[in-house]
Write a protein of this length. Sequence first.
Length: 276
Amino acid sequence: MLWLLLLQVSASCLWLGHSEVVRSFETSCPQFFFREMPPNEALEPNNPAWICQRYKNQYYFATLYDRKMRIPVYSAYIYQPGPGKRPNTWLVEPQLINPTYPKTMEKEWTLLNRYNVSLEKLSQSQAILHDYKNLTGLNRGHLNPNGHHDDYSSRMATFTLTNIVPQDEKLNGGAWNNYEQQTMIRRTQGCTTTYAIVGAVPGNNYIAKGRVNKPSHLWSAACCVVDNNYIKAWAVIAENDKNQVQLLTLGELEDTLTELYGRGQVSLFDSDCPRE
């Protein structure tokens, strides 16, 4: 009887270790961070969820999610752009509801109809499709953009509501898009591997009757390995009501985020990534 109990406990721990909503990125999906080191605790909200974003039994990126604000704090991924079709289906994260639900992202319809999850229960854990309907001057802004991935499954994985924020539509289609599609291409010339982290600073405004926070700023940082002897970095930040993107050093962005978040000195990458 004791042997059976120990076996059950062991199986439970093993299952938790491979869960989509995880206890730490270091032990579950560290491959999306330079030198396998995620940002420090200065970005963590009061009610965080660490998500190894999983689609069709494969991890594609990592997201620190703010359950209270119902927006991601940041998404971290490896930059691998390529041509491909843009998906149009939006997904949600079942394990934010309960760890007994599927580990892979699913459609709202699937959870409501196949797993008998109520829309109220789903909406308690995260943003839902209805939250982003009838927006004025805002649209769904990806942190990890689908265009930074080179096949359909990896692009599809970015279409989860835990990877988007209410973003100023002019910024999203203008200066921010230019950064994603043009600046990144120029900056990554010669890079063998580029680690990207894109985040959102919570603001004072909300959509969906106060359910989903509208960030005050969006930011992005990249650490690029050129070869064993050379690593380079860059960063940008944008106010979420202006069509302007400011190019910064990694150190400048970390100092700016330290002031904006107010939770201590922010560190986004391992110390070997240059701050100047």
